[in-house]
Design a protein around this ligand. Structure first.
Ligand SMILES: [Zn+2]
Length: 216
């Protein structure tokens, strides 16, 4: 798999520190599984983070300042780094674990002409939206922006937008300042895993009217 688009360094760093929102972390975890380059970067960031913690704890002057709460949150952070999306079964992918089934067994719901989706439940109270989107070949999505970050991982096929062409394994890491109109590959279409911190902002009036029905 030739991967050309990766999450931003700041996104990987937040993921490694355990501070990236869960909805975005799910997409990063699924990408890392297929991208040795990002997996190595995250491992290195985690190693540096862990050694910083060790150094802080080794400074005797700071020890009296650390109360019981600070110590427990440090321990919780260390646990979050590896376990949040790691598969218990080594043969099970992050995506299969998120879906509770194989991608081929997903029950798609029609969202519009040539577009299907499958919302994914995260932990109760988690902010943001995580879903699979399946788009027929050559389909144009309505132009939209976002109130927060949007991470998209291509699982099958490809799509293009104003920021580039994204193929299987690629990640699009968009901030809230980008508006885009994705178009799926004319022969393959695409299936993507999309995480949004907040709901999309559609320019098109019809898309806005139907937005409450779709949950997008
Ligand atoms: Zn990568």
């Amino acid at each position: 798999m030739k991967i050309n688009h990766h999450p931003d360094a700041s996104t990987l760093m937040s993921y490694a520190a355990g501070s990236l929102p869960e909805v975005l972390s799910a997409v990063v975890a699924a990408h890392i599984e297929v991208c040795p380059r990002c997996a190595a970067e995250v491992a290195e960031m985690e190693r540096i983070g862990a050694s910083l913690f060790e150094r802080i704890e080794a400074v005797p002057m700071l020890e009296p300042a650390l109360g019981a709460n600070e110590k427990s949150s440090t321990q919780e952070l260390a646990q979050l780094l590896d376990t949040r999306f790691a598969a218990e079964d080594p043969d099970e992918s992050v995506l299969t674990r998120l879906l509770g089934r194989e991608l081929s067994d997903v029950h798609w719901k029609r969202l519009g002409f040539g577009i299907w989706h499958h919302p994914i439940q995260l932990s109760p109270g988690t902010q943001g939206d995580l879903r699979l989107i399946k788009v027929a070949p050559g389909q144009v999505m309505p132009e939209h922006g976002h109130g927060g970050s949007e991470l998209t991982l291509v699982l099958e096929g490809a799509y293009s937008d104003e920021t580039g062409c994204y193929r299987t394994g690629d990640v699009s890491d968009l901030g809230d300042d980008v508006e885009h109109r994705p178009i799926s590959d004319p022969s393959e279409g695409c299936i993507c895993l999309i995480a949004s911190e907040q709901k999309a902002r559609f320019k098109d009036v019809v898309a806005r009217i139907f937005q409450p029905l779709t949950g997008l």
